[in-house]
Design a protein around this ligand. Structure first.
Ligand SMILES: O=C(O)c1ccccc1N[C@@H]1O[C@H](COP(=O)(O)O)[C@@H](O)[C@H]1O
Length: 199
């Protein structure tokens, strides 16, 4: 079954609704550039409210290793998502403590700039994460990593086709599930989860 992560979660009602809709994971964004950024305290309070069956993924971009580990611990994250160019030892250090979603772009796949690391799952995303830009799924078919996750411009209208094309281990979305930045559209969230679970 394809896992579903609802990212950019900022508040309790959205978290509870996503969990009730069947989401497998919630994403809490700590990247400074994000308009959906939350504090570790908010992420902890909201994330723990949905119970242990829903993964709590801390999303980081361009932050020092000690900040990632301190924030993930304070927020009680159960997994960590890492964006941006990073040394392998940085990713391996985080993977020593948390399951890691390591975000790559299509170019990384084409150049073969991908190392398999225990505890690290690859996720393909657009160059501008959180911008609603879909990837060219057909072009990814030859290189898509088995069990890899897919993000980038996914929503209720297109996720079934993306799943059929790439058979990802999981999918992740934010922009097309929002009423406004950081605030979810509950109908879109439910439709997205249903489209994946019934794909
Ligand atoms: O959403 C953001 O603001 C964000 C900022 C910095 C790093 C990651 C961010 N979100 C990630 O973007 C993709 C999906 O984006 P979209 O559905 O195309 O809008 C997902 O991996 C989020 O975790």
């Amino acid at each position: 079954m394809v896992k579903v992560k609802i990212c950019g979660t900022t508040n309790l009602p959205d978290a509870l609704h996503a969990a009730e809709a069947g989401a497998d994971a919630l994403g809490f964004i700590f990247a400074p550039v994000s308009k959906r950024r939350v504090t570790a305290q908010v992420a902890r309070e909201v994330g723990l409210s949905v119970g242990p069956s829903v993964a709590r993924v801390g999303v980081f971009m361009g932050q020092p290793l000690d900040e990632v580990l301190r924030t993930a611990e304070a927020a009680r994250c159960s997994a960590v998502q890492l964006h941006g160019p990073l040394p392998g030892v940085y990713v391996e250090a985080v993977a020593a403590y948390y399951p890691v979603l390591r975000v790559l772009g299509p170019e990384d796949l084409r150049t073969g700039n991908v190392q398999a690391v225990p505890g690290v799952t690859l996720m393909l995303d657009a160059p501008q994460p959180g911008s609603g830009q879909p990837l060219d799924w057909s072009a990814l078919v030859p290189h898509f990593p088995p069990g890899g996750w897919l993000a980038g411009g996914l929503g209720p209208e297109n996720v079934a086709r993306a799943v059929a094309t790439l058979r990802p281990g999981g999918v992740d979305a934010v922009s097309k599930l929002e009423a406004s930045p950081g605030i979810k559209n509950p109908q879109a969230v439910k439709a997205f989860v249903d489209a994946v679970k019934h794909a």
